[in-house]
Design a protein around this ligand. Structure first.
Ligand SMILES: Cc1cc2nc3c(=O)[nH]c(=O)nc-3n(C[C@H](O)[C@H](O)[C@H](O)COP(=O)(O)OP(=O)(O)OC[C@H]3O[C@@H](n4cnc5c(N)ncnc54)[C@H](O)[C@@H]3O)c2cc1C
Length: 414
């Protein structure tokens, strides 16, 4: 059996894994680096999958985060379409799907997550789609045509982004959401109401407080979905369905190797797992978020990049702990949402009148300090909010709500 080996082996070749390899080299790492990914592509931008790529405005090549030559030039040994099946911690080795082994000195798990699958009656029917990869979007292309009836299960960011692209493309779109408002898991009620209005005006039908009980076959093709059966007894006709009900972190490799697992692979502020030679980064990790003062698991590109920076700094001998305040963006129609911080623990909400009619700004405070902000088409407010949160200043809500007050004037002079 062939034995491969590298000083650092990274499992998962996406936002976290690709950034990790790059950061190692930028930090002066001269040892061998292998990047192993189960997808057939070099690391690519995942956010456009539900936006420009689905809309057909971006090609697969344009999705690549770095040009292929960058990996060769930086001596990053890339293994596409290769799945790691097991970790042997005692031997410092991996078992690949091909049966080959791969030795490491340091291992970085950047395995991300996969869409949560539904297991209700009819889930096995054809025509049910999920969205995490280029392959998932390509599988939907043929049916993503004007006039097709699309039912989206789940009114989170991915569901709503797909709804926006689909309705613009001439599909008939219905979103079925179990919670009483869209974005219930990630945003405050004010932002949910804003997006509900936007989508309704665009022609998306929203069914809130409605569960999905099962999928029914089409009358012309019993192997294919034809309708979605809802908890209120209604049946929504569908030519195809997108299930967008969240993510399951890929923790199995780590769990099987006996690493500590919480709501993800458990790591410390240096992205170190319970094994000193194994790091974990990105969507698959649960980690201490200093700004919140508690452990958390985040699904966002900026977080995967920050954790890659941290893990690389440790391997390069210049440890620098996780320090970022989480942020995220979402594009729907001509609206760019930029959200910073986590609003769940706020005790006061301040709405600031936006500068443009299509804008929206909401600040979340706790004990008079800003902990989060959701800014739609409001980059100046977003940039100011990032600093106001980081500086932990005591703020006057009336000043925040007053469009005549320049937010910069609330910041300490630099
Ligand atoms: C449709 C969509 C839209 C999004 N939009 C946004 C957005 O607007 N803004 C934002 O900040 N974030 C967005 N996200 C989330 C963002 O893409 C993720 O946070 C980010 O991709 C996390 O990167 P990661 O490297 O941790 O994991 P992933 O991107 O999930 O990558 C993990 C990789 O590891 C591979 N892998 C897993 N197990 C193995 C194994 N055993 N062996 C080999 N390879 C393995 C997987 O195949 C995958 O390629 C979006 C995600 C999706 C799906």
């Amino acid at each position: 059996m062939k034995e491969n080996r590298a000083n650092v082996v990274i499992v998962g070749a996406s936002h976290g894994g690709g950034e990790m390899a790059s950061r190692l080299r930028q930090g002066g790492f001269t040892g061998s680096v292998a990047l192993i990914g189960s997808e057939p592509y070099l690391p690519y931008h995942r956010p456009p999958l539900s936006k420009a790529f689905l809309a057909g405005e971006t090609t697969t090549e344009q999705l690549l985060i770095r040009a292929p030559s960058v990996y060769a030039d930086s001596k990053i040994d890339f293994h596409a379409s290769t799945t790691v099946e097991a970790i042997d911690r005692k031997k410092h080795g991996l078992r690949l799907g091909s049966g080959e082994t791969f030795g490491y000195d340091k291992l970085v798990l950047a395995t991300g997550g996969r869409p949560r699958r539904l297991t209700i009656p009819g889930s096995e029917l054809d025509g049910l789609h999920y969205m995490r990869s280029i392959a998932d979007v390509n599988a939907m292309r043929e049916v993503f045509v004007p006039g097709a009836r699309l039912v989206i299960v789940g009114g989170g960011y991915i569901g709503l982004e797909v709804a926006a692209v689909a309705v613009k493309h001439g599909l008939i779109v219905e979103v079925v959401e179990f919670a009483p408002r869209v974005l219930a898991r990630v945003a405050g009620p004010e932002l949910s109401a804003f997006y509900e209005t936007v989508h309704s005006k665009a022609g998306v039908r929203l069914r809130l407080s409605t569960g999905v009980e099962g999928f029914e076959p089409s009358s012309t093709n019993p192997a294919h979905v034809g309708a979605v059966r809802c908890s209120d007894g209604t049946r929504v006709a569908a030519d195809f369905v997108l299930v967008a009900v969240g993510l399951v972190p890929n923790i199995e490799l780590a769990a099987q190797a006996g690493l500590e697992i919480g709501n993800g692979v458990e790591v410390d502020e240096f992205c170190q797992t319970s094994d000193p030679d194994i790091f974990a980064i990105g969507d698959c990790t649960e980690f201490p978020l200093p700004y919140l003062g508690r452990r958390w698991r985040l699904e966002s590109v900026p977080n995967a990049m920050e954790q890659a920076r941290v893990a690389a700094s440790v391997i390069n001998g210049k440890p620098s702990a996780y320090a970022a305040i989480p942020w995220f963006w979402s594009d729907q129609y001509n609206l760019k949402l930029q959200a910073v911080g986590l609003s769940q623990h706020c005790d006061e909400v301040v709405i600031r009148p936006p500068r443009s009619p299509e804008g929206f700004v909401v600040f979340y405070l706790k004990e008079s300090r800003m902990i989060a902000a959701d800014c739609v088409n409001s980059i100046l407010e977003f940039n100011a909010a990032k600093r106001l949160i980081a500086d932990k200043l005591v703020l006057d809500p009336a000043a925040l709500a007053d469009p005549a007050v320049n937010l910069k004037s609330l910041l300490p002079a630099t």
